[in-house]
Ligand binder design. Structure first.
Ligand code: TMP
Length: 216
C-alpha cells in the first residue's frame, strides 16, 4: 500500500466461541451498515481460493492434525489479506471480518492446548499481518455451556468438526479470547461483549462500538 496517497479504511474483527451468536450479530450489522460502504468478509474464506481451504478445514471427512489446521488457517488468511482486505482498506472501505487471527489463537493454541505453537503464531502474525493489524476486535463472550446448548438447539446451523468438540475444549477457547492478544503481539483495541443476553441488547452494544471505531 502506498502511504499518504489514499484514504485507508479500518478493519474490525468480530469473533467468539461457536454458538456465541456471532452470525446473528453480523446479519444485524450488515442490515444497519449496508449503505455505509462497509465490506463484510469471513475467515476461513473471503476469496475463492480461501473458501476452498475453508471446505478442506471444516470437513470432518478425513483426519487432520492441530498443526496442519494451524498452517491451513494461516494459509487462507494470507490469501484473504492479500486479495480482499488490503485492496478494500486501500480504497478507503472499512472491513468487518467474521473471525481472524484471534480464532487461531483461541481454537488452535488454547482449545487444542498447543502452547508450543505460540512462537509460530507470533511469527505468522508479524509477517502475514504486517500490513494489516485490526483496529479493533469485538469478542462475544458467554459461558461455554450456554453456547453449547445454543448450537445444539439450532438444527439449521451446519456443525463443523470444531463445533462438535467437548465443552472443556470450548472453555479453553473462551479463555483464549479472554487473554487475546498474547504477550509479544502488537495490540489492538479489544472489546469483550457479554452475549448471554437478548440479541437486540447485544447488538446495541456492538453497534455503539462499531460506530465509534468507524467514526460514524
Ligand atoms: P464459523 O462457523 O464461525 O464460520 O467458523 C468456522 C469454524 O472454524 C469454527 O468452528 C471456528 C473454526 N476456526 C478455527 O478453529 N480457527 C480459525 O483460525 C478460524 C478462522 C476458524
Amino acid at each position: 500500500m502506498e502511504e499518504n496517497t489514499m484514504q485507508h479504511g479500518k478493519l474490525i474483527v468480530i469473533d467468539g466461541m461457536d454458538g456465541s451468536g456471532k452470525g446473528t450479530q453480523i446479519k444485524f450489522l450488515q442490515e444497519k451498515l449496508k449503505e455505509r460502504g462497509v465490506i463484510f468478509t469471513r475467515e476461513p474464506g473471503g476469496t475463492p481460493k480461501a473458501e476452498e481451504i475453508r471446505k478442506l478445514l471444516l470437513s470432518g471427512e478425513n483426519k487432520s492434525t492441530p498443526l496442519a489446521d494451524f498452517l491451513l488457517f494461516w494459509a487462507s488468511r494470507a490469501i484473504h489479506i492479500e486479495q480482499t482486505i488490503i485492496p478494500a482498506l486501500g480504497s478507503g472501505m472499512h472491513v468487518i471480518s467474521d473471525r481472524f487471527d484471534s480464532a487461531t489463537y483461541a481454537f488452535q493454541i488454547c482449545g487444542e492446548k498447543r502452547p508450543e505453537l505460540l512462537d509460530s503464531f507470533l511469527y505468522c502474525r508479524s509477517s502475514i499481518m504486517e500490513k494489516v493489524v485490526p483496529d479493533a476486535y469485538i469478542f462475544l463472550d458467554l459461558p461455554a455451556k450456554v453456547a453449547f446448548d445454543r448450537r445444539n438447539k439450532d438444527a439449521q446451523q451446519e456443525k463443523s468438526r470444531f463445533d462438535l468438540k467437548p465443552i472443556a475444549y470450548h472453555n479453553r477457547v473462551r479463555r483464549g479470547f479472554a487473554t487475546f492478544p498474547p504477550k509479544g503481539a502488537v495490540s489492538s483495541a479489544v472489546h469483550i461483549v457479554d452475549s448471554n443476553r437478548p440479541p437486540e441488547e447485544v447488538f446495541n452494544e456492538i453497534l455503539k462500538i462499531v460506530q465509534k471505531e468507524l467514526g460514524f
